[in-house]
Design a protein around this ligand. Structure first.
Ligand SMILES: Cc1cc2nc3c(=O)[nH]c(=O)nc-3n(C[C@H](O)[C@H](O)[C@H](O)COP(=O)(O)OP(=O)(O)OC[C@H]3O[C@@H](n4cnc5c(N)ncnc54)[C@H](O)[C@@H]3O)c2cc1C
Ligand SMILES: *[C@@H]1O[C@H](CO)[C@@H](O)[C@H](O)[C@H]1NC(C)=O
Ligand SMILES: *[C@@H]1O[C@H](CO)[C@@H](O)[C@H](O)[C@H]1NC(C)=O
Ligand SMILES: *[C@@H]1O[C@H](CO)[C@@H](O)[C@H](O)[C@H]1NC(C)=O
Ligand SMILES: *[C@@H]1O[C@H](CO)[C@@H](O)[C@H](O)[C@H]1NC(C)=O
Ligand SMILES: *[C@@H]1O[C@H](CO)[C@@H](O)[C@H](O)[C@H]1NC(C)=O
Length: 536
């Protein structure tokens, strides 16, 4: 027989089960009443990288100052990250080198549009210099060897390649891989043509950090056109000894105080609870923040690895948007040589190496010991991407150094190349706050799927912003900037009573295979840069 107490207990259990099946707002308000320990704020900004800091600045600009920024690392900047390396010859201590973002890509066009990163690089007087990609010498396993005519061949095919992408965009055609696009444009590097492969790596992988097989034809061109045909075809290399992040830290200092309690550094987010009435975030150290709105700027590397426990679980359409985009990896390997034993032509910026056996094997070398950069530094660095990045990340520094030195000795002759005095590289795909370098758009990933990556949840309570959510500028710093800014502006509008702004980042519950021309609109993150450039 039941006694009263036991049946009451059963009733309570039954009620709990019932409550758990109710819509999330009810669950939310119960939690909200009970959890007095959480810090309360209007807007929680997750991440203090480029997107997070400019989202917060946009809020500040709209007089929303009740926000909190939560950051894993002990400093502002995210993937704009530097470290110290080697020694300066004058005994002034080590150099500062950039492990992450290094270039301002696309500066300013004569008739107006200016890359916001360029505006800020000038404002904060970042030391930088035009990277001349034509100032390049080519090498193979026999040493220096001129195959620059293959670059011209590539560029001839590229003209058709970019026009074809324009047709796909305007005529609602199906996307395909850049590999397919290149074949159709008569660029056909075979596996027994290491020089063509080196040239292709330089023109494609060096930018997108993945192979043409892994890259969308249409979106590689959209990304390129929006950046380089809108702003300019210039890439300026930043080597400021304060670090490239000085512009982000500088802008943060215009709206944050010293030791501002709104900036929570060294705080690792583990859980995000969201509903139609607000958002709560829980951190590894047991702290929590309760907010009306939230902007999550974590990389898709972090989101793909299930590092964050979302409650409720992310809907399938959102998870697809996240999982179908790609996080690519890009690795710079730094070497310093005794300045009096420098063996390369210090007047030249780039050296391209065609390995006879493997595409992408230590292919592009850059000199910092060059006029206008850091003359006398003895610093050279080589860049690898994706599979080659994973290889150097999984092997010891010593193994990588041996491979790198073997290539240099092949290029310049063993007798000319001394041991480096310093050697270092990062392991981006293993960093638990990034899990990779930057996003790349894979073949067949549609605008609608990408919008699902951008789209907000909880009826406009939980927003997503970052380089990967940028429709036109994914991968770039100016993409992270634009997305942080637009999420900040939309949330401020929403808080100030503009209901349209609250739901201005919609999702597609049903995906279509191709993208209609009319879908390239502001709601889907399209700022119209390309259309204006081409008068479409
Ligand atoms: C090697 C490399 C080279 C690059 N080169 C260029 C270049 O030359 N030019 C260019 O324009 N762009 C370049 N990029 C891309 C550029 O760095 C990024 O687009 C940009 O920095 C991304 O900014 P974000 O705010 O979107 O993301 P992030 O900078 O990743 O900011 C997200 C923040 O969230 C934090 N975070 C993550 N997980 C958690 C957690 N669980 N709890 C709390 N905080 C968390 C992170 O620490 C980070 O600070 C490069 C990137 C890399 C890695
Ligand atoms: C905030 O306002 C300042 C001053 O007008 C402006 O320079 C800056 O670009 C704005 N920031 C954002 C992110 O919009
Ligand atoms: C690179 O530019 C410098 C300076 O103009 C020049 O001396 C050098 O020969 C160039 N190198 C190549 C390979 O074009
Ligand atoms: C990119 O620019 C080229 C050259 O102006 C143009 O022909 C092409 O249509 C553009 N493609 C896209 C997708 O913007
Ligand atoms: C409200 O927000 C929408 C979307 O962000 C914007 O287009 C519109 O101009 C805003 N309306 C007003 C009155 O500011
Ligand atoms: C975007 O470009 C198209 C085509 O040029 C034009 O019709 C449309 O009005 C533009 N939209 C915005 C929001 O500027």
């Amino acid at each position: 027989m039941f006694n009263v107490k036991a049946s009451l207990a059963l009733l309570v259990i039954a009620f709990d089960l019932f409550a758990a099946t109710l819509a999330s707002p009810v669950e939310w308000s119960e939690r909200r009443d009970s959890d007095d320990t959480c810090k309360k704020t209007k807007v929680a900004v997750l991440g203090a990288g480029c997107a997070g800091i400019f989202a917060a600045q946009a809020l500040h600009n709209a007089s929303i100052n009740d926000f909190v920024i939560i950051e894993y690392n002990g400093e502002i900047g995210g993937r704009v990250k530097h470290t110290t390396f080697g020694q300066q010859p004058n005994g002034d201590g080590p150099y500062t080198v950039e492990l992450g973002a290094n270039w301002v890509q696309g500066l300013v066009s004569p008739d107006g549009p200016e890359n916001p990163i360029w505006t800020l690089a000038k404002k904060w007087k970042l030391e930088n210099k035009y990277s001349n990609y034509d100032n390049l010498s080519t090498f193979d396993e026999t040493g220096q060897s001129d195959y620059s005519h293959l670059i011209d061949d590539f560029l001839d095919s590229y003209t058709k390649f970019e026009q074809d992408a324009g047709l796909i965009l305007t005529q609602n055609l199906q996307d395909r891989s850049a590999r397919t696009g290149f074949r159709l444009a008569d660029w056909k590097p075979t596996h027994d043509s290491p020089k063509m492969q080196a040239v292709e790596w330089f023109e494609m992988d060096f930018e997108y950090a993945q192979t043409p097989e892994q890259t969308s034809h249409t979106w590689a061109v959209i990304n390129y056109n929006s950046t380089f045909y809108q702003y300019s075809e210039r890439n300026n290399f930043v080597f400021d000894q304060r670090g490239f992040s000085a512009f982000i830290i500088g802008e943060a200092s215009t709206f944050l105080e010293d030791n501002d309690p709104r900036l929570m550094l060294n705080t690792i987010v583990t859980d995000i609870e969201y509903s139609d009435s607000g958002v709560t975030v829980h951190n590894k150290d047991g702290s929590c923040v309760e907010a009306d709105y939230m902007i999550c700027t974590f990389s898709i590397g972090v989101l793909q690895r299930d590092r964050i426990n979302f409650q409720p679980k992310l809907p399938e359409w959102k998870q697809t948007g996240i999982d179908a985009m790609t996080m690519a990896t890009y690795t710079k390997i730094f070497l310093q040589f005794p300045p009096d034993q420098v063996f390369w032509d210090t007047n030249t910026q780039f050296f391209l190496y065609a390995d006879p056996y493997e595409r992408g094997y230590y292919p592009i070398w850059q000199s910092l010991d060059t006029p206008g950069f850091q003359p006398g530094s003895g610093i050279l660095f080589v860049t690898v991407t994706q599979d080659q990045s994973f290889q150097v990340e999984s092997q010891t520094e010593e193994m990588t150094k041996n491979q790198v030195m073997e290539v240099l000795r092949t290029m310049y002759g063993a007798e000319n190349v001394p041991e480096p005095t310093a050697f270092m590289y990062p392991r981006w795909s293993k960093e638990p706050w990034a899990y990779g370098s930057y996003s790349n758009w894979p073949p067949g990933y549609t605008l609608e799927m990408h919008q699902n990556l951008r789209a907000s949840l909880g009826n406009g309570r939980l927003w997503f912003a970052g380089e990967a959510t940028s429709t036109e500028y994914f991968g770039f710093l100016h993409g992270a900037y634009a997305e942080g800014q637009s999420a900040g502006i939309a949330i401020a509008e929403c808080i100030n009573g503009n209901a349209t702004a609250c739901n201005s980042s919609p999702s597609y519950k049903m995906l279509h295979g191709t993208t209609r021309f009319g879908e390239y609109d502001v709601d889907n993150g399209w700022t119209n840069a390309t259309f204006e450039t081409f008068g479409w």
